[in-house]
Design a protein. Structure first.
Length: 262
């Protein structure tokens, strides 16, 4: 079994793969500082709570956009699972060519999303990730990463509302019963959700038009992506495990069978 680890700005998402099948997923918060021992114990507990023996984990691969957690996280994998993980970065075989002006600026999370969307759904493809930021990344039919748009995520927008406006409360992010809101909470929910839908439709439409690529598949992922995908025809596919699948696909391109210490 292989551990795929996506270190995002809000959460660390872990997937356990047996071959091409996801057999378990779980999350830890990113912003809480942890030692390698704390990460190690959390990983062991979460793995075994999912009815998986930690001895079955043969290797691990990480995509991270948060450098300051990597020392502790890698140390935990070495100390508690006996694995030296692959860390996706410059030089990693991905199958995607980044042809933007500065390829090194493209985050590992966006690369793995592009790999998964392209290999699973074909190209040209526009991949949307509704995470801490909402990202829109375009890959052509030949597997070239052409361009990307970065916008504030839904949670960032919500947090700005209740932190910067004294009378606005912290709310659950969900679609209200009607866009014709009649009180504060549903008013905020309507603005957040319908505003994100409008942004999504506009950016998707104009990126496809400007690219001249014709028929482009639109694939979405991310925690709040399902809410948006259910409300617009601009999104063709919602895949909650797209990022983890991209990491697993990249793992398959690496020339090693195991990261276990011998």
């Amino acid at each position: 079994m292989i551990l795929t680890i996506d270190v995002g700005n809000t959460n660390i998402t872990v997937g356990v793969f047996q071959g091409d099948e996801v057999v378990a997923t779980f999350r830890m918060t990113t912003k809480m500082p942890r030692t390698s021992d704390e990460y190690g114990m959390l990983l062991l507990n979460l793995i075994e709570q999912n009815d998986i023996r930690h001895e079955e984990i043969e290797d691990a691969i990480i995509a991270s956009v948060v450098p300051n957690v990597m020392h502790s996280l890698e140390g935990a994998l070495v100390k508690y699972l006996g694995i030296r993980p692959i860390v996706i970065g410059p030089g990693t075989k991905t199958g995607i060519r980044v042809v933007t002006e500065n390829p090194s600026q493209i985050g590992a999370d966006r690369i793995v999303d592009a790999v998964a969307a392209y290999e699973l759904y074909g190209g040209p493809v526009l991949v949307l990730d509704f995470g801490t930021a909402t990202t829109y990344d375009l890959v052509d039919a030949a597997g070239a990463f052409l361009s990307g748009v970065t916008a504030p995520g839904i949670r960032i927008s919500a947090k700005a509302l209740w932190e910067d406006a004294a009378k606005l409360p912290e709310i659950e992010i969900r679609k209200p019963e009607s866009i014709l809101a009649k009180e504060t909470i549903s008013s905020m929910q309507a603005g957040l959700v319908y505003g994100q839908i409008g942004q999504t439709e506009y950016i998707v439409r104009h990126m496809i038009q400007a690219s001249g690529l014709g028929d482009v598949k639109v694939v979405a992922t991310g925690g709040l992506g399902r809410i948006i995908a259910n409300e617009t025809e601009a999104i063709d596919v919602y895949d909650p495990n797209l990022t983890l699948r991209g990491i697993q696909l990249i793992y398959q391109k690496q020339n090693r069978k195991s990261g276990k210490w011998k």
